[in-house]
Ligand binder design. Sequence first.
Ligand SMILES: O=C[C@H](O)[C@@H](O)CC(=O)C(=O)O
Ligand SMILES: [Zn+2]
Length: 274
Amino acid sequence: MLHVETRHAIHPEHAKAMDTAALRTSFLASDMFRDGEIRLIYTHYDRFVMGGAVPAGGELVLDQVAETKTPNFLDRRELGVVNIGGTGTVSAGGETFTLERGDVLYLGMGAGPVSFAGDGRFYLTSAPAHRTCPNRLIRLADSKEVKLGATETSNKRTINQFIHPLVMDSCQLILGYTTLEDGSVWNTIPSHIHDRRMEAYLYFGMEPQSRVLHLMGEPQETRHLFIGNEEGAISPPWSVHSGAGIGSYTFIWAMAGDNVDYTDMDFIQPEDLR
Ligand SMILES: O=C[C@H](O)[C@@H](O)CC(=O)C(=O)O
Ligand SMILES: [Zn+2]
């Protein structure tokens, strides 16, 4: 079963006036992982799509998605898949990839129907593409590791870059995940924005009762979302994206837009946040 929800792009002046419910309707990504379903959120931020596929022992096929008006979803798109569950397989174009928890699969434009099987919980990210880059399974050992933060500032963390120019080719997609050290709670501090690229977060590996206090909004006009396990945030190009966890968490970040330069960020120091 396929379920697709559309999210329109929100102007920052509009976001300023939103109450909690409206902020959650526009920027919280929830209910993406249901057994036996593919659930997508089609955003109008760089036409980035995020979602979940949970085959739950059966098989699910991602093929036609009405929103793209192409015979197959990947005819003019690339796909990044992260397995946040048990071992599962992803098949496309006659190839079958086995993904353990934490493995990332890139499928290039034109890869055709994609089938998901096994015990995986597959987080899906997709952006329009202009050329075919080779399909590739990227394991943790193949990723580029970046250590940031410090215990004193409660933000000691490891960033693993998977779909990233230092690891492989893609068109627009950049993707990886960030793991907090025990006792460190803050991600992406100092905060930043990058008007050139939108971004989406997916928080996972959390206790069910735990929440991340996710910061969003223009740097001098911040708002927050309380986010639970396997939920995410859609971060418009004008928004910061930082958070503090009440309990441990990992999050997948993915971006699409004008460049694939991960380091292209405009930093905002804590004293300048409002
Ligand atoms: O643009 C990059 C993204 O916001 C994240 O990769 C940042 C992040 O994982 C972190 O600093 O903890
Ligand atoms: Zn960012």
